[in-house]
Design a protein around this ligand. Structure first.
Ligand code: SF4
Ligand code: ZN
Length: 303
């Protein structure tokens, strides 16, 4: 097997592209994909200040490293969500990468800073820890980006994530989610910062290969709450299809972005946005869920 670019011995085969690469050419391909995605969707340019969402896993660590190496103005942000030892271990990985490479990093601890506890909230509100956690993360990333004058919030979502989310949304015809699934979520309100996914054409396997080749430390374990998640089942189904027919995930996602998504646009425009009466951040109700969470946790502490 020879590298399609330099004809030396190849080290990795990417069946969906019908291409094999040596390590050096793989890194060229990887960085080229990222910059192509950024340009294609006009995600940001070198003058923009970007807030990168970092969890310590392979995808976000790859995102952080590649954006820095490509010369973008990136500040990383990590949130300690209070998920036991998993959160402590991931924080260490992220802090160690920042200090070794002398990179700017913002750390937020939801318990220390806001008194939030996703387990108490989950019990009180009878909602899953993931739905509470998701609301908190979305709120904080947007708020920090808005307050800090950032142009975009970048996440490490990859092709596997995006194809699995799309499958889940199609299976239950979630029109609102389908309208909002894209590599770029543009600013629909002055206080809602643009969200971008520069790795959306790269697979989990490619992100893993990238961090291994670059000797980037990352947290190998997944969050304990991801066990049994529907998204994992959807990924397994898509992996089976991909095995039989390489390129399935890419065709599914690209086909949706090019031909399907536009049919759902009028759904997203119907959402009425307003500002939270307590914090002023954007919400669809009177008071945003983050402010309600803080109140619930504070009340519980007092009793
Ligand atoms: Fe949060 Fe759930 Fe993701 Fe864990 S799996 S980080 S609880 S959203
Ligand atoms: Zn609020």
């Amino acid at each position: 097997m020879k590298c399609v670019r330099c004809k030396q011995k190849a080290k990795i085969l990417l069946k969906r592209h019908n291409a094999a690469f040596c390590n050096e050419c793989f890194l060229y391909y990887y960085r080229n994909q990222v910059t192509k995605n950024i340009r294609k969707y006009k995600m940001f340019d070198k003058k923009d200040k970007i807030l990168a969402v970092i969890s310590g896993g392979k995808d976000s660590m790859a995102l952080w490293d590649v954006l820095v190496k490509e010369g973008y103005n990136v500040v990383a942000m990590y949130i300690n969500l209070g998920i036991g030892e998993y959160s402590n271990r991931s924080q260490k990985v992220v802090e160690s990468f920042a200090s070794k490479n002398n990179l700017p990093l913002i750390v937020k601890d939801i318990k220390k800073e806001f008194g939030l506890d996703i387990y108490k909230l989950s019990k009180t509100l009878k909602r899953s820890p993931c739905s509470i956690c998701g609301s908190i993360k979305r709120y904080l990333f947007n708020k920090v980006a808005y307050d800090g004058g950032f142009s975009a919030v970048a996440t490490g979502h990859n092709l596997d994530d995006e194809a699995a989310t799309l499958l889940g949304n199609v299976l239950s015809w979630e029109e609102g989610y389908l309208a909002r699934q894209a590599p770029v979520l543009p600013q629909t309100h002055p206080k809602l910062i643009k969200k971008v996914k520069p790795l959306y054409t790269l697979t989990e396997r490619e992100n893993l290969y990238y961090v291994l080749l670059n000797k980037i430390e990352f947290l190998h374990e997944e969050c304990p709450h991801s066990v049994g998640a529907r998204s994992i089942l959807f990924k397994e189904v898509l992996n089976k299809l991909e095995e039989e027919s390489p390129g399935t995930k890419q065709r599914f996602l690209n086909g949706f972005l090019e031909k399907g998504r536009r049919h759902f646009q009028d759904v997203s425009e119907k959402l009425e946005l307003r500002e939270c009466k307590t914090c002023g951040q954007v919400t669809t109700v009177e008071e945003c869920s983050f402010c309600r969470f803080v109140k619930i946790c504070n009340q519980q502490q007092e009793t």
